[in-house]
Ligand binder design. Structure first.
Ligand code: PXP
Length: 260
């Protein structure tokens, strides 16, 4: 299983003071030594963490392939085409959201043109989609090379079931008073079904969002998924154990080396 390390939140910490430290570029050296497959960064329209200067430095000096997440924003797309990363993951974006909340609305036919534009520039493209058949089939029709399955609902359900979230102000109201166990099981089934069908359509299958040391195993065991993009949980753990240990611990789980 390939790990894509999302380093956005190193830049989030830097932006809290708008100074130079911590520098996301430094993480790449550690990631490379830990066997991370690729670096993932999200150039958001509001530049709340990663900015153009980061993208340039990370692509120019990275020893690892770079996967840039971006929305359907013309200026950002032009910029990325010039910088030529290894891969782009198209994501939806809303200014006010804390993090990417759902998959792409694939009915937007402009996505097809954007994928063609990236291909013209020799950049692979994945679509970040909710685990549903229509989004998968449209990804194939529009020419994407792969899909990244949004695991946010799975992660939210896991949190509601296995943490004290329900008893805090951050509880997810829509999930209260529901049979969380069977909802979680349905969610896992949907992810597995989409992963299988994507493989049948000859698409690469990735997954990410909200994956952490407690919920990642179930997703990592899905054979068709070849890459997980994980950020927040690893960067959060790195504050206490250091980035190397935080990455190593995640690698052990996703490669079934019995971390716990
Ligand atoms: N994959 C995609 C497409 C994302 O937008 C994000 C969040 O930037 C991630 C993976 C990583 O999510 P998390 O930080 O919750 O691990």
């Amino acid at each position: 299983m390939h790990l894509g390390l999302n380093i956005d939140h190193i830049a989030t910490l830097r932006e809290a003071r708008k100074i130079n430290d911590p520098d996301p570029l430094e993480a790449i050296f550690i990631a490379k030594n830990c066997g991370v497959f690729q670096i993932t960064i999200h150039l958001r329209e509001d530049r709340r963490h990663i900015n153009e200067f980061d993208v340039e430095r990370i692509i120019d000096s990275s020893f690892l392939p770079v996967n840039i997440e971006c929305a359907m924003d013309e200026n950002i797309i032009d910029f990325i085409c010039k910088k030529k990363p290894y891969k782009v993951t198209l994501v939806p974006e809303k200014r006010e959201e804390i993090t990417t909340e759902g998959g792409l609305i694939m009915q937007n036919t402009k996505i097809k043109d954007v994928i063609a534009e990236f291909h013209k520039n020799h950049i692979q493209v994945a679509t970040f989609i909710d685990p549903d058949m229509q989004s998968l089939e449209l990804s194939k029709d529009y020419g994407a090379d792969g899909i990244e399955i949004h695991t946010g609902s799975y992660a939210n359900l896991s949190l509601m079931l296995y943490s004290n979230l329900k008893r805090t102000p951050n509880t997810i109201k829509s999930l209260e008073n529901t049979d969380l166990k069977s909802l979680l099981q349905d969610c896992i089934t949907q992810i597995k079904t989409i992963a299988k069908n994507a493989k049948k359509l000859d698409l690469e299958v990735y997954a990410g969002h909200g994956l952490n040391y407690f919920n990642v195993k179930t997703i990592a065991e899905i054979q068709e998924i070849s890459e997980l993009n994980i950020g927040q949980s690893i960067i959060a753990r790195s504050i206490f154990v250091g980035l190397k240990n935080a990455i190593d611990d995640m690698q052990k789980i996703i490669n079934n080396d019995n971390f716990y």
